[in-house]
Design a binder for this molecule. Structure first.
Ligand code: OSB
Ligand code: MG
Length: 383
């Protein structure tokens, strides 16, 4: 079954669930510190099945404008009422029913994930098969937050390399960049290495950023403003290190502008950031046509969102190791019966079961739940 053959489904019932999972260690970036993954899950019911989707948004709007709370409001008032108890339709038609809602891409992506999970379960097809995946294992990298010291950074890298991770991404910020790259390169001369600035620089920092060229980085991710393409193009023209865009590409339109301007050479695809798996596939296809390698980013997802990340990463254009790391890199206990584990060769399997393909541990899910809400077709908070 492919995207054109998805079954018609009626969404009979919808629930919003918020879970809280403590992180094994605080995750520090140029925009803030996260100590827990608080995830909004969308649960859709159809024909005796439950489809699940995870919203990428977190507690604070430091990465993008969305938070799990803005997503809840958009979902309960606008997005879910557009599809609840409507005539049965396939996922593409359902997505057109909420397309009138501007923005709220992570909220939309969570509903789309749940619908695709239902579609896969109803037809015995995995998400990867639905999307046209060609791989059954994914090469994995790891994203390391800003550490208290260079020593702590070195031992974190040592630990992840020992587990098999195929590339190291280090979060950086102005003042925590050249010394970091130089020290890590001296100690790990051949490790595939990259930095992620999460928009912390401006074009005035170009001379400093150009110094990074000497360290043989695979790429630098999103050095400049979250909504900029023009300055990224100017920076890329002066830098050998490839620029990888993250925050700046939220749609196929943004990608076309980025390609036109030469605002980078690589794209990090996050399905929440671009509004879902189907938009991610379209963006992947366009990157393939343009010769831009892509890889799958992450938002510290629980196993539910991680399963969808692995499915999209199985498409052929995902030619670089992504931020799809094992469950134990984030949590002591994930939400799944079988947590995701890294094989010694640094790969993880793409789930092969129907839909998301990862059985959820319902006791663990209930333990982690801090809020559960029924959504009404009227869009009101009460029927
Ligand atoms: O910029 O890629 C990012 C986590 C939260 C928000 C933004 C980013 C990240 C990561 C972690 O880098 C990726 C992961 O391991 O899930
Ligand atoms: Mg990033």
């Amino acid at each position: 079954m492919t995207i054109g053959e998805l079954p018609n489904l009626e969404v009979e019932r919808a629930r919003l669930r918020v879970v809280s999972l403590p992180l094994v260690s605080p995750f520090v970036t140029s925009f803030g510190t996260q100590v827990e993954r608080r995830a909004l899950l969308v649960e859709l019911y159809s024909q005796g099945l439950v489809g699940r989707g995870e919203c990428a948004a977190g507690i604070e709007p430091g990465y993008s404008a969305e938070t799990y709370r803005t997503a809840m409001e958009a979902l309960r008032r606008h997005i879910l009422p557009s599809i609840l108890k409507q005539e049965a339709a396939d996922v593409e038609v359902q997505a057109r029913r909420w397309a009138w809602v501007r923005g709220h891409l992570m909220a939309k992506a969570a509903v789309e994930m749940a619908l695709l999970d239902l579609s896969g379960q109803a037809t015995g097809t995995s998400l990867s098969q639905i999307l046209g995946g060609t791989k059954d294992r994914i090469p994995c990298g790891v994203s390391i937050g800003i550490q208290a010291s260079l020593d702590a950074t070195m031992s974190a890298i040592d630990g992840y390399l020992a587990q098999g991770y195929q590339r190291i991404k280090l979060k950086c910020k102005p003042g925590y960049d050249l010394e970091l790259a130089s020290a890590v390169r001296a100690r790990f001369p051949d490790t595939p290495l990259m930095l992620d600035a999460n928009s912390a620089y401006s074009l005035a920092d170009a001379p400093r950023l150009r110094e990074l060229d000497q360290f043989g980085l695979m790429m630098i991710e999103q050095p400049l403003a979250h909504d900029d393409l023009i300055d990224h193009a100017a920076l890329q023209a002066q830098m050998k290190t490839p620029i990888c865009l993250d925050e700046s590409v939220e749609s196929l339109t943004d990608l076309r502008a980025a390609l036109h301007l030469g605002a980078g050479r690589i794209l990090n695809i996050k399905l929440g950031r671009v509004g879902g798996l189907l938009p991610s596939k379209a963006i992947h296809d366009q990157c393939q046509a343009a010769g831009w390698p892509v890889w799958c980013g992450g938002m510290l997802e629980t196993g539910i969102g991680r399963a969808a990340n692995l499915a999209i990463a199985s498409l052929p254009g995902f030619s670089l190791p992504g931020d799809t790391s094992a469950s134990n890199r984030y949590f002591t206990r994930d939400l799944l019966v079988e947590p995701f584990t890294l094989a010694p060769d640094g790969t993880m399997p793409v789930p092969a079961g129907p839909g998301l393909g990862v059985p959820v541990d319902s006791r663990r899910l209930d333990e982690a739940t801090i809020l559960l809400e029924e959504v009404w077709a009227t869009g009101a908070s009460r029927p």
